[in-house]
Design a protein around this ligand. Structure first.
Ligand code: PLP
Length: 411
């Protein structure tokens, strides 16, 4: 099999039939017919379930597993995940509406994100979800709304920790940040929550996203529990919630290795035991996005044209950065590396040539694969981009050049 995809954890769940990539027993060419078009994203329930089961088997049983909807807000997928996990995290009124359409109890839904507008806070207040406060100003606006609506908000404080998660793909805490309340400001905010007699639940401490370094994640765990212990002393009521955020990474590029979940889980067992001893009623939440859905998704595009420019083969496809910005390299701000990519109908063929897989947009940034070794492909063939279940379609500039939207299937 194509060495760029053979090692992927999802290949233990997907299968290959007659050389063709198959999800849940359905070959990709048939999925294209069901979708009624290319390009499309397909998300495999079995891979999601496999990932949830692995987490349940490895993490301490007390851990509450939440899904962060922003990773992939496809409604059917959210419904499926809601049945598999213990809660949902949302970051906007739109996502809140999606979460409230599931069977998840409002007490197991939290809303985070800077700049929550009054209408979003009001909706959160009315529905009884936990509001993760991001600033002292937001607390005061919530106080006014609570007063007006005659309701007591359930709140947690999102903390901008005084440590950073090193080697993280994206840092969400440490230093000056728009996210969360600085550790130093937390005592004053906690005091104010006490004055307001809000239902105080606890803390969210989220350090960073897309981390594949198990050691760094363990160091972050240490920091999170140490900080939680410190902050709990200042709380206006017994703390009942520690939300550790998300951030577990998945392998995208040639040298990436999956993280060591066993070691991560083993370390977490110790922290959870100690924490539950001091706070018997605390609920410890791990709120994952990418790790739950990233590897369950593929993006499938069709070759429209095959051309050779000065010796370089280009496969021009009907999909690209307007559906899958991350796979194209996020607007060229970083050194571009290829997501795992394959010819969907020739998974077991050896590579015949190095090709550039590009999209239809009028920008040189619209690239899905640069000089990737693939079997010979011709117009009409399907190309598949793996690891595409998180931060794909909903995180892409779909209006750019006004091509049709990608379809989405949950299989
Ligand atoms: C994005 C986000 C997550 C999920 O992050 P992943 O890296 O996808 O696991 C969790 N919590 C909050 C508050 C977020 O903003």
């Amino acid at each position: 099999m194509n060495p760029h995809v053979a090692h992927l954890p999802c290949m233990e769940v997907f299968s290959i039939q007659d050389g063709e990539l198959t999800l849940q027993g359905v070959p990709v060419t048939q999925l294209a017919e069901s979708a009624g078009q290319t390009p499309f994203f397909a998300y495999d329930r079995a891979m999601i379930d496999h990932r949830v089961a692995a987490l349940r088997a490895t993490l301490p049983p007390e851990i509450h597993l939440h899904y962060a909807i922003k990773a992939n807000p496809m409604p059917e997928l959210v419904q499926h995940l809601a049945r598999m996990v213990d809660g949902l995290d949302v970051a906007s009124a739109g996502e809140l509406a999606l979460a409230l359409e599931t069977e998840t109890a409002p007490a197991d839904i939290s809303i985070a994100g800077p700049g929550k507008q009054d209408h979003e806070l009001a909706r959160a207040l009315e529905s009884g979800v936990t509001i993760n406060l991001e600033s002292p100003g937001e607390l005061e606006r919530l106080a006014e709304l609570a007063n007006r609506h005659g309701r007591t908000p359930s709140v947690a404080i999102r903390i901008n920790p005084d440590f950073t998660l090193k080697t993280s793909g994206m840092q969400m805490g440490g230093g000056p940040k728009q996210f969360g309340i600085d550790t130093e400001q937390a005592p004053a905010v906690l005091h104010r929550i006490g004055e307001l007699s809000f239902d105080f639940r606890g803390f969210q401490i989220f350090a960073g996203s897309q981390n594949l370094n198990t050691d760094a994640l363990i160091t972050a765990q240490n920091g999170i529990f140490e900080l939680f212990n410190r902050l709990a002393d200042e709380a206006p009521a017994p703390v009942t919630l520690l939300n550790m955020g998300g951030g577990l990474g998945i392998p995208y590029f040639a040298n990436d290795r999956p993280l060591d979940l066993d070691r991560y889980g083993e370390h977490l067992h110790r922290h959870v035991a100690a924490c539950r001893q001091r706070f018997p009623n605390v609920q410890i939440v791990l709120e994952l996005g990418r790790y739950l859905v990233g590897e369950a998704g593929v993006y499938v595009v069709r070759v429209i044209d095959r051309k050779v420019s000065r010796g370089q083969v280009f496969l021009v496809t009907d999909g690209g950065m307007h559906h899958h910005l991350a796979a194209s390299g996020n607007l060229g701000q970083t050194i571009r590396r290829d997501y795992p990519i394959a010819l969907a109908t020739a998974m077991d063929h050896p590579a015949a040539e190095d090709v550039s897989v590009v999209g239809p947009l009028c920008t040189p940034l619209d690239v899905l694969g640069s000089r990737v070794p693939l079997p010979y492909a011709k117009p009409g063939d399907l190309i598949v981009v793996f690891q595409s279940g998180a931060y794909g379609l909903s995180a892409s500039p779909t209006y750019f050049l006004n091509h049709p939207k990608a379809a989405e299937l949950l299989v």
